[in-house]
Each structure stands twice: as C-alpha cells, then as structure tokens.
Write a protein that binds this ligand. Structure first.
Ligand code: F6P
Length: 462
C-alpha cells in the first residue's frame, strides 16, 4: 500500500471494525465515520495494524482476544476503564478540544475549568498512556505509526521514550485552535497538549490555515515551531459509486423524483453537529423565500442529519433548536402541497447518497471544518449538474474556491443570495460549473493522502 518498507500502524479512537457478540461468537462489521470509509479500503489485505479504543461491550470482548483479523483487516481494540474513557472522550475530546479547535465555546458560560475538568484531564492523559503502551508493545520494529486526531495528542513523547525506533506522525482532521483560543485552556494543560503533538516526528493538517494556527499556538505557548505538513484527504469515488449504484440508493432516488416533480432541490448532509451550522442554513433559506416570492413553492430543502454526541447537552439542545426552527419556517411558508424544509434525522447512508445524486444545490456551510468530504462527495455522484455553495471556513475550500459559490458561514444574507444564484443558473451555466467541480472532486484520492503521510514520515526518519 505504501512506498516505504517500514511497517505501518494506524492509531485512532474510533476503529475500522465494531464488534457484536452473537451466541458467544464475536461478529465484526465495518465501523462508522469518515476516517474508516476513507482509509479502510487502503489497509484491507495489507499487514497494517489498526489500534483503536473499545467503544462497546462487543469491542471490549474483542479486546480480550488481542489482534483480530477480520474483513481483511488486522485490528487491536483497547479496553480502557469506562470512567477514564468517558471523561477523556466527553469532557476533554468533545466538550473541550472539539469546541476549542472549531471556535464553538460560548465563552461567557463555557468551558468550566474546575476540579472535575482537571480530573478529566488526568483521564485524557491516562487514555493516551494506555494507547502508547499498546503501540509500544505491538508495533513492529522501525514502524511508522500514524496517529489520528485530537483524541490522541499526547502519544508522541510517550512513544519516543519507550520506542525510539518508531517514526510517529500525528494527523489532525479538525481545524486547530489559534493562540487566542488555546489561551482558554489552563496553561499547563495547553503546554502538555502542544508538547504532546510536537513530540511526534511530524504533525499533519488538511489546510495550511490549520497548520499555521497550530504553529502560532506552539510559538505562543512553547516558544518553538514543530515540523508540520499539509495533506488534504479526499473521498474514494469507487466506494461512493458502489453505494450510489446499489438498490437501496436507487429506491431512495425514485422516491425523491416522485416527491419533487418539477421542483428544484437543495440538499445538505451532515452530522447534527454545532460546527455544521444547520441553523444559519435554515435561516438563509427562510431569507431566500422572503426575498424571492417567485421561488415559493418551486424548491424543497432537504436536510439530512444523523444525530451525534447526544450525551452532551449542547448537542441535544442544538437538535431541538434545529427542529423548532424548521417548524417555524415551515409554518410561515408551507402551502397545502408544499413543505419548504424537510429535516430527516435517519442514519441511512444510501439515502444520503441518493440525495447527493439528486440535488440542484448542495449547501455545505460549516462555521469551521477541518476538511468536509461531503463537498466533494456530492459532485462525484450528482446527476443533475448541481451547484455547490461552500463555506470559506471549510478546509476543503482551499481546493474548491474556483468551482463553488463561496460564502461566509455567519452571513445569512450572503448565503441566501448564493442559494438564489445557484437556483437561477441556466442549463449551460450548470453544465460548465458541474464539469469544473467534477475535475476538482477527482483530483485526489485517499491513497494520495496516505502516501503524503508516508512520504512525510520518510523525510524525517531518524
Ligand atoms: O472530523 C474529524 C473526526 O475525527 C471525524 O472523522 C469524525 O466524524 C469526528 O471527528 C469524530 O466523531 P466521533 O466523536 O463520533 O468519533
């Protein structure tokens, strides 16, 4: 799979397989998430070992078996004390680091850095130590260890101490907190976090912006600049087409066509996640209907969102706010035969891909996003020469700026105008824009991303 001869070990919180116990037998199935769908196919039938946390009872049973070979993968799940895992994942990873990196905190109220938070920070350290111990024990000699994301920021120095033969690369799939944001963390924890990341041989990011923010925070807190590289991930056209051509997807496409008639379709597909900016997206559509009487009744906005992290009150409240806002807008504009916004919270991937096949306009308007694969997944399968309205704050905007309608995700007026402009495009304007989108969407593959990481590791191998 790689140009290097060094064995590869992948390390992430969420693994490529999830396990269930069925009549005392362990049954493996492909895990969820962008990382798995991007990287999974590349590691199948290779020697690559993937180490991940045990997130369910089935995963914990799998952990007791050591390295498991299933679905063409070699996976080691790691059973971490449930309290340590909960504190590390909920309090530090999700409620602190995710919020800091995406600039989501309502700073007059959150975060609360108290005794409970400090205990959770200890758990985060313990969680990272548990991973470091397993990597140190299981990684082959001279391995290249590819550590994924903010869950595992502290592994670098821990591995360097126990396994100096290893070359470790840390890759962030999120944006990175600039100094002003990083100063929200207690100074000692911020220093530990940044030392942890800088203790890897290299740190990778999806965008030069996030890499620059990381560098600036390191200069501010540590007074030095670690080595970084930039390598955006990309969706796999083959994988996506396999879903797009399946029966479940076709059945959903048939339903969409029947439902739409000759109306136009705006689509969004995201996790129900604060950074994805669902609320301003709905407000922009509301504004469009206010500004453009001619569009009323002629366009449907389908928002597909699968609920996530509902253990955090902010996420549950956000979902409820989204549902309530959709209700208000629909009550304002709906007619007997037209509901302007349809919010669909089923977790149904073929159905999501069906909507990507059918949109006239794809709205991707995150407040801040490490990359955002949906912006390229849409053009890869879309069959209606659809347009993409894309936030300038998504990492993928770096690559797509010339082929999308760019918007400021905070500016509802601009987003309403961009949606209107996309819906107004003539057939020939649509065809020209879609051809340009297609070229950009195919320019990179997941393998390019992986090869970039391995090449970067080779360049610093001691
Ligand atoms: O965006 C980075 C990422 O790691 C995604 O791959 C994933 O969707 C998310 O963050 C983490 O989600 P979860 O907390 O559900 O594992």
């Amino acid at each position: 799979m790689a140009s290097v001869t060094s064995p590869i070990v992948l390390v992430s919180n969420r693994g490529p397989l999830s396990f269930n116990e069925d009549s005392g037998r362990l049954v493996a199935k492909r895990g969820a998430g962008g990382l798995v769908s991007g990287l999974g196919p590349l590691v199948v039938d290779t020697d690559t070992m993937w180490i991940a946390a045990a997130l369910s009872d089935g995963d914990r049973a799998a952990a007791a078996e050591g390295i498991i070979e299933a679905e063409g993968m070699r996976v080691r799940t790691l059973a971490i004390d449930p309290t340590v895992l909960r504190q590390a994942y909920d309090v530090i990873c999700n409620a602190t680091l995710w919020f800091l990196h995406h600039g989501l905190h309502d700073l007059s109220r959150r975060p609360l850095i108290d005794e409970g938070w400090r205990q959770a920070w200890d758990s985060y350290r313990a969680y990272n130590k548990a991973f470091a111990a397993v990597v140190a024990a299981d990684a082959p000699a001279d391995a290249t260890v590819l550590v994924q994301d903010y869950h595992l920021a502290l592994l670098g120095p821990m591995l360097r101490e126990t396994r100096p033969d290893i070359t470790s690369v840390h890759f962030s799939h999120t944006p990175f907190a600039p100094p002003m944001q990083m100063r929200v963390m207690p100074h000692d924890a911020a220093a530990e976090l940044l030392e942890g990341m800088a203790g890897h041989d290299l740190c990778g990011f999806h965008s030069t912006r996030w890499s620059a923010d990381f560098t600036a925070s390191c200069e501010d807190v540590l007074g030095r600049t670690p080595a970084t590289f930039v390598a955006p991930l990309a969706p796999d056209p083959g994988d996506l087409n396999a879903v797009a051509s399946g029966a479940a997807c076709q059945a959903a496409v048939d339903e969409i066509h029947q439902h739409l008639g000759d109306r136009q379709l705006i689509v969004r597909v995201d996790r129900v996640e604060l950074s994805k900016n669902l609320l301003r997206g709905f407000r922009a559509f509301d504004q469009l209907l206010r500004d453009r009487a001619d569009l009323r009744g002629t366009v449907i906005f389908r928002a597909l969102g699968y609920p996530s992290r509902e253990g955090l009150t902010e996420y549950l409240a956000y979902r409820q706010e989204a549902e309530a806002l959709v209700d208000v807008i629909n009550r304002r504009w709906a007619t007997d035969d037209w509901t302007p916004i349809e919010l669909d919270l089923r977790d149904d991937f073929p159905r999501a891909v069906a909507h990507l096949r059918c949109y006239d306009v794809l709205l991707v308007n995150p407040i801040r996003d490490g990359l955002n694969l949906v912006a390229k997944e849409g053009p890869l399968v879309n069959e209606r020469n659809g347009s993409v309205v894309l936030s300038r704050e998504a990492g993928i905007h770096d690559e797509m700026a010339d082929v999308v309608l760019s918007v400021n995700p905070f500016d509802i007026t601009e987003q309403a105008a961009a949606l209107g402009a996309a819906l107004d495009r003539s057939a020939s304007e649509q065809a020209t824009a879609a051809a340009a989108l297609d070229i950009v969407a195919r320019a990179r593959t997941p393998k390019d991303w992986l090869d970039d990481q391995l090449a970067a590791a080779d360049s610093v191998r001691r």
